[in-house]
Design a protein around this ligand. Structure first.
Ligand code: P6P
Length: 339
């Protein structure tokens, strides 16, 4: 029995990637390691969230005399902090902050990348112990190195991303990220405090039997979407229907499950919210990049998510994402097959 199974940590993996690509400066690898460090710190707090009352609720002081912050504010500060004190990132955009934060110091202004993130998506699920997550997107700057980052660095189409990833704080804590070279998943091994490669070269199954949507909004969806959702519930020898409906209400958990098992996740526009609820830059773009790299598809119902030209940091978009063949089946209903 193999005893010394070679377990590769996130740091070892990213350094190995650098060895394989000598022209790499190591900045992107460093940024990904920074995200891993912040994720470990958030993991600790999320996993004791249920105990916050003992440690003092948000807004009070904990036993160390530190102010206890809301977890999503805490998470935001952890991810912003590692990036601001690193050498790879010139600025950030965050779901928690109204506008971008340009770090504007000598080292950061020389950094090649900017990062957008949702520091703790689904945080309302914390107090009922449902999985939540962090989602992040990385762009190479378009502004001049040596000067502060600009808004244009952040308002790039998703097809310009150089990396994207997420952390899921669930039964285990996993970090999954994609670059142009593929998608890899790392599980936090708490015995050594390191993310270790557990899901190399993730491929999204071409099809699946899970559809994920909030049925509470059903009567607000457009007709073609309703027809598809109805079809998901019908016997169908060709596509293995009826499908199973699973909706956790935490995007990271729903999309992660479909990435591994196959399936489709939908947050369509509604009559109340024609643009839907999900944010383009730090929720939909990262997942679209990851799922496409793993062989799946992601659209807003009319075009590839990754081809949308953003106009503002917090803009929303309808989102349909998942297994290639299930997405093509959806498109056959909406007759708007995307290229
Ligand atoms: P609804 C969580 O608040 C979130 O932003 C996503 O993680 C999740 O997919 C969605 O909202 C759930 O929204 O309207 O179905 O409760």
């Amino acid at each position: 029995m193999a005893i010394n199974r070679k377990i590769q940590t996130l740091d070892e993996f990213t350094i190995q990637q650098m060895r394989n690509f000598p022209q790499a400066t190591g900045e992107l690898s460093g940024l990904l390691r920074d995200m891993g460090l912040a994720a470990k710190r958030v993991h600790v707090e999320v996993n004791k969230a249920g105990l916050v009352d003992i440690l003092g609720d948000a807004g009070t002081m904990n036993v160390q005399g530190e102010e206890v912050k809301k977890l999503d504010v805490f998470a935001n500060n952890q991810f912003m902090g590692v990036l601001q004190h690193g050498i790879s990132c010139a600025g950030i955009g965050s779901e928690e902050l109204d506008d971008i934060v340009v770090f504007d110091d000598e080292v950061s202004n020389q950094s090649k990348y900017v990062c957008l993130f949702d520091p703790l998506d689904g945080s309302s699920n914390i107090d009922v112990n449902v999985s939540i997550g962090t989602i992040f997107s990385v762009f190479r700057r378009v502004s001049e190195l040596g000067k502060p980052a600009t808004k244009a660095d952040f308002l790039q189409a998703g097809n310009k991303q150089v990396a994207a990833g997420y952390v899921i704080y669930g039964s285990s804590t996993m970090l999954v990220y994609a670059t142009r070279r593929g998608v890899n998943g790392f599980t936090l091994d708490q015995s050594i405090g390191e993310f270790t490669l557990s899901h190399p070269d993730i491929q999204c199954p071409d099809t699946g039997k899970i559809y994920s949507v909030n049925h509470g909004n059903f009567f607000q969806y457009e007709e073609k979407v309703k027809e598809y959702i109805n079809a998901c519930q019908r016997k169908n020898k060709d596509n293995g229907g009826p499908y199973t409906q699973r909706y956790i209400g935490s995007m990271v958990a729903d999309v992660h499950r479909n990435l591994i098992k196959g399936g489709i996740f939908m947050y369509p526009g509604t009559t109340d919210k024609p643009k839907g609820k999900l944010r383009l830059l730090y929720e939909c773009n990262p997942f679209a990049f990851i799922v496409e790299k793993a062989g799946g598809k992601a659209t807003n119902g009319k075009q590839r998510i990754l081809d949308i030209e953003p106009t503002e940091i917090h803009q929303r978009t309808p989102m349909f994402i998942g297994s290639k063949l299930m997405m093509e089946e959806l498109e056959s209903f909406t007759q708007q097959a995307t290229k």
